[in-house]
Design a protein around this ligand. Structure first.
Ligand code: GDP
Length: 291
């Protein structure tokens, strides 16, 4: 992952560039920084409690040492979830789900490009057939990524039939990975979950679904998670993609989202460009967060 000075590490940097010895103020500032970074109240409390206990046990007095302990503790908690993508099936079918606007289409474009860098033959399927613009937007991204696309033959075609055709073509033409876009209209939650269920059942007649990736916008933090609850409960999600971490002051969301959902973060989006998607590495992330 490229070295970036993300805005969410600023609050921590301020603490750690202050006085060298730990004071009550250090603890107050740390609590504020954790809350500001969107770790959420529960995770913040548990991090602080564990850190306090460690600091007392080892009689730590220096802020620099406390910082190292904090970074290690966050890395250890981040690493409790396995970020490995399951891509071994052939084709590996990946469903991408999430609420409109979170960056789903952009993520699919970036992900397709990311996979081609590993010499994978990738096909994308435009099964968000409800909005014509969504299909065109995905086609533009497929073009940018240099991968093929299966589009609906007519507007409003059944999403499950587009998904079916995508997997069929992936099998027939020996693509290694099929990434399928799905609808994200929140207004019709029940209908949407039924639709996703049907898409899945139809795909599974031909091939297992390797991953169901839920895309979340990190800038909406805890609120965005509430919106995505229905997907977590009904769509068989296997992993999370967090987008917009580039402009976000909310890097702590990565940890709280894993612990709240029990799902691993598998990819992170850090910009609008085609190269701005990476795998998730707890060590690097903890380093960037805490400095
Ligand atoms: P969809 O409705 O979920 O398919 O969302 P889109 O893919 O159309 O993205 C919505 C907006 O978010 C677009 O303006 C994207 O450029 C932007 N976006 C997506 N991912 C990222 C990211 O990682 N960082 C930033 N800064 N913007 C992003």
């Amino acid at each position: 992952m490229a070295e970036r000075s993300w805005s969410f590490s600023k609050a921590f940097r301020n603490i750690f560039s202050g006085p060298e010895l730990i004071t009550d103020e250090t603890w107050d500032d740390l609590e504020t920084a954790l809350i500001t970074a969107d770790f959420g109240p529960d995770v913040t409390d548990s991090i602080l409690d564990a850190l306090r206990a460690d600091v007392e046990r080892h009689r730590v007095t220096e802020v620099a040492e406390m910082r190292r302990m904090l970074r290690d503790a966050i890395e250890e908690r981040l690493a409790a979830y396995d970020p490995t993508l399951r891509l071994s099936e052939r084709p590996a079918v990946i469903l991408v789900v999430g609420v409109n606007g979170v960056g789903k289409t952009t993520t699919i474009g970036k992900f397709a490009k990311y996979l081609t860098a590993f010499d994978k033959r990738v096909l994308v399927g435009a099964a968000d057939t409800f909005r014509a613009a969504a299909v065109e937007q995905l086609a533009t991204w497929a073009d940018r990524a240099g991968v093929d696309i299966v589009k609906p033959q007519q507007a409003g075609q059944d999403p499950a039939s587009v998904a079916f055709q995508t997997v069929q073509r992936a099998i027939d033409a020996d693509y290694e990975i099929a990434i399928i876009d799905t609808a994200g209209r929140l207004q019709t939650k029940g209908g949407l979950m039924d639709e996703l269920g049907k898409v899945r059942r139809v795909i599974e007649k031909q091939a297992p679904v390797s991953e169901v990736l839920l895309v979340l916008d990190a800038t909406t933090g805890q609120n965005g998670l509430a919106q995505a609850e229905a997907f977590i409960q009904h769509a068989g999600v296997t992993g999370l993609v967090l987008t917009k971490l580039d402009g976000s002051a909310k890097g702590g969301f990565v940890l709280s989202v894993q612990e709240k959902t029990g799902l691993p973060v598998k990819l992170i989006g850090q910009g609008e460009g085609i190269g701005d998607l990476t795998g998730f590495t707890p060590h690097v992330f903890a380093q960037q967060l805490i400095g």
